[in-house]
Design a protein around this ligand. Structure first.
Ligand SMILES: [Zn+2]
Length: 96
């Protein structure tokens, strides 16, 4: 059984630990603390995370930050066709 290693991930992207959507590696931020040097969260999730953190700080300070639409959900919807096509072609089982 051939191992699906880094090479495969480089071609097919990886699943985000936040939105659970498979995305190209270019959609992940760097994280030098990780083995492969990439964050487990995509950029959308990272910005969402950062936005919430900023909101919490703002709330603590008695400020308010204007809410944007749920960017993560929008991006997830945009990626769905791409992911579906990919999975069909590659015949790759969805990881757990
Ligand atoms: Zn994500």
């Amino acid at each position: 059984m051939a191992t699906r290693g880094e090479e495969d991930i480089a071609r097919t992207g990886r699943r985000c630990g936040g939105c659970k959507v498979r995305k190209p590696l270019t959609d992940f931020t760097g994280d030098r603390s990780k083995k492969d040097g990439l964050s487990v969260y995509c950029k959308a999730c990272m910005s969402e995370h950062n936005r919430r953190a900023a909101e919490r700080r703002a709330a603590r300070d008695g400020r308010t930050i204007k809410h944007r639409a749920t960017v993560t959900a929008q991006i997830a919807a945009e990626y769905r066709p791409f992911i579906a096509g990919n999975d069909t072609k590659k015949d790759e089982p969805e990881g757990k």
